[in-house]
Design a protein around this ligand. Structure first.
Ligand SMILES: *[C@@H]1O[C@H](CO)[C@@H](O)[C@H](O)[C@H]1NC(C)=O
Ligand SMILES: *[C@@H]1O[C@H](CO)[C@@H](O)[C@H](O)[C@H]1NC(C)=O
Length: 297
């Protein structure tokens, strides 16, 4: 009941804002139109194909490969059936929506504490999800070839060698036929400077995009503007996406009105602004958040 009335109130508020937008001065009209969404954290979010076909997103990141670094690997897509997913990936790519794979996440099954473990992870990723093939390495998506790797690291140690992994992936960023570009991205909390293990990786300067999460973290909710300015200034060759939650129930949710009046105009001052990142498809499908804010991206 309370949830329903809150939702109704927020819908009314959105309708009111829409009216203001028509009358008021335009402070944000969208700069790139780019919206990346995370998919794979809830079986009830619908298929990957449906997410791509919604027309809302310009990239989908599957999450997560949540076990690696000690000879074992596990892909956790929250019970989504893997059969047929290779076809969904190809379909997304065909309609112009690249599909990337995020490694890490909220579990404790991953670490990358040596150059050797980093090279082994590269070898596994390349053969299981990209252009490689190797006897004994299972390809869950068959011959579908993913478009990128994302680092979503909730923990690590200074010994972790994500820089070595990133450098190896960058060597395989093949921009001519028959190879493919490999989009290298990271999705950290807003805090700047980043953790030493992520910092060492992004300091290589080879990350194409960084999605800065401004939700679900007390510091980021309060200070993300400052952090955003530091991140974007520190890595001018990288494009920055502002990461927002589609769930009103998550701390740090930004009302669409404030996306229009604050988030979009303040982040788009940066020359290397890239777009929005939305966490995640499940909540987005319930709330229609992206359809409300996409025009400001
Ligand atoms: C790990 O790889 C990095 C980058 O190639 C190199 O600088 C470093 O010396 C290597 N460390 C070891 C212990 O081999
Ligand atoms: C979101 O959009 C769908 C499809 O248009 C609609 O059925 C649903 O009621 C909407 N949900 C909210 C919360 O606006």
């Amino acid at each position: 009941m309370e949830l329903a009335s809150r939702r109704a109130a927020s819908l009314l508020a959105v309708a009111a804002i829409a009216a203001v937008f028509l009358a008021g001065p335009v402070t944000a009209v969208g700069k790139t139109g780019q919206v990346t969404v995370f998919w794979g954290r809830n079986k009830d979010e619908g298929t990957l194909r449906e997410a791509c076909d919604s027309g809302l997103y310009t990239m989908v990141i599957m999450s997560f490969l949540n076990v690696y670094g000690h000879g074992k690997y596990n892909l956790d897509l929250s019970g989504h059936p893997i059969a047929g997913m290779g076809d969904d990936i190809k379909h997304c790519q065909f309609i112009g929506v690249p599909v990337s794979l995020s490694i890490g996440g909220f579990g404790n099954g991953y670490s990358l504490p040596s150059n050797r473990s980093a090279l082994e992870l590269f070898d596994y990723l390349w053969n299981a999800y990209f252009g490689g093939s190797k006897a004994g390495v299972y390809r869950p998506f068959g011959d579908a070839w993913l478009d990128g790797v994302d680092l979503f690291l909730e923990h690590g140690t200074p010994a972790d060698r994500y820089d070595v992994l990133a450098l190896e992936l960058a060597k395989h960023n093949i921009r001519g036929a028959p190879g493919k570009p490999l989009h290298l991205t990271a999705t950290p909390r807003c805090t700047f400077p980043p953790s030493s293990y992520l910092g060492r990786a992004v300091a290589t300067g080879i990350f194409e995009r960084i999605h800065i999460r401004i939700y679900d973290d007390d510091n980021c909710e309060a200070y993300w503007h400052l952090a955003w300015d530091k991140w974007t200034a520190a890595y001018p060759a990288t494009r920055f996406y502002v990461g927002m939650t589609a769930s009103e129930m998550t701390h740090g949710w930004v009302h669409p009105k404030n996306v229009y009046y604050d988030v979009a105009p303040s982040t788009q001052k940066a020359d290397n602004y890239g777009g929005f990142m939305i966490w995640d498809r499940y909540y987005d499908k319930l709330s229609n958040y992206t359809s409300m804010v996409k025009a400001y991206a």
